[in-house]
Design a binder for this molecule. Structure first.
Ligand SMILES: NC(=O)c1ccc[n+]([C@@H]2O[C@H](COP(=O)([O-])OP(=O)(O)OC[C@H]3O[C@@H](n4cnc5c(N)ncnc54)[C@H](OP(=O)(O)O)[C@@H]3O)[C@@H](O)[C@H]2O)c1
Length: 256
């Protein structure tokens, strides 16, 4: 397709990453999906192809976004003519207080929620610079969390890693602004995905969602599609003057 743009999407098999990939591909673009479970990536590709997306719109790269050796291989074997967008949705929720979170859990949360977003950008810079030179408005969009900005009890390692990710977003935006490469983030509050469900059965999950709804002034939790639309708003070339923004998409959660 003539105006096709290419994205790397981490965490594309499920949830927010999947919702972003679906809209992105259905508007005629192409993407490389990254996730650790190769079978989940393959199932996701099959599902999208059976809904009308073309096989050649999707490349799969099974791997850990926080692993520099694996991500280096992605670029040494790169075949697409462009890279215009990186959506970093890989992440994992960690519960626990400051008192009962041990150092191993702190490291795991940092690895999942911060390091999974700092490895790809420097490796991708040559391709992003090429995109900028060709006026394709390259952009990186990270997925932070409303808890990055507002303190909460019981998810200290997760919230702290997401706060670091939000700050990383701003620092990198400043470093890359003069090259025309934009860096933004979204900060969702609770979103209806498998991560939120955390293995709960249907009845328990319905009750959990009702409890969570009360924390959001708009009276409900969000959907993955609502977050995807915010991500793609930040990525759109029409919005090429937005950089260093951490966009709340949170049903008003941050207002209280
Ligand atoms: N759901 C919420 O309430 C909510 C709210 C605010 C922010 N967020 C953030 O939104 C992002 C997406 O979450 P989600 O709700 O869509 O959850 P999800 O469905 O569990 O998606 C997370 C995805 O990330 C992938 N992943 C995890 N670690 C990875 C790694 N190191 N390398 C590559 N892929 C990795 C997982 O696939 P594999 O296991 O196959 O790797 C999975 O596909 C996360 O960063 C999360 O923290 C979620």
């Amino acid at each position: 397709m003539k105006n096709e743009r290419h994205a790397i999407i981490t965490g594309a098999s499920t949830g927010i990453g999947f919702a972003t990939a679906e809209i992105w591909l259905k508007t005629g673009n192409s993407a490389t999906f990254i996730g650790r479970r190769a079978n989940a990536l393959q199932n996701t590709k099959r599902r999208l192809v059976s809904s009308g997306v073309l096989e050649n719109q999707i490349d799969l790269f099974p791997g850990d976004a926080a692993n520099p050796e694996q991500m280096t291989k992605l670029f040494s074997g790169w075949k697409r003519p462009h890279l215009d967008l990186i959506v970093q949705a890989a992440g994992q929720r960690f519960t626990g207080s400051g008192e009962n979170t041990n150092l191993e859990n702190w490291k795991s949360s940092m690895e999942s929620n911060l390091f999974s977003a700092v490895v790809l950008p420097p490796l991708a810079l040559p391709l992003l610079r090429k995109s900028a030179k060709e006026n394709r408005s390259p952009c990186i969009v990270n997925i932070a969390n409303a808890l990055a900005m507002k303190a909460s009890a019981g998810m200290i390692a997760y919230s702290t890693a997401k706060a670091a990710l939000a700050h990383y977003t701003k620092c990198l935006a400043l470093e890359l602004a003069n090259e025309g490469i934009r860096v933004n983030a979204v900060a969702p509050a609770a979103v209806d995905t498998e991560m939120l469900r955390s293995g709960a059965n249907d009845a328990a999950y319905e009750n959990f969602k009702k409890d969570l709804a009360a924390y959001h002034p708009l009276g409900r939790i969000g959907t993955a599609e609502e977050i995807a639309r915010g991500i793609l708003f930040l990525a759109a070339p029409e919005n090429s003057w937005i950089t260093g923004t951490v966009l709340n998409i949170d049903g008003g959660y941050s207002l209280k």
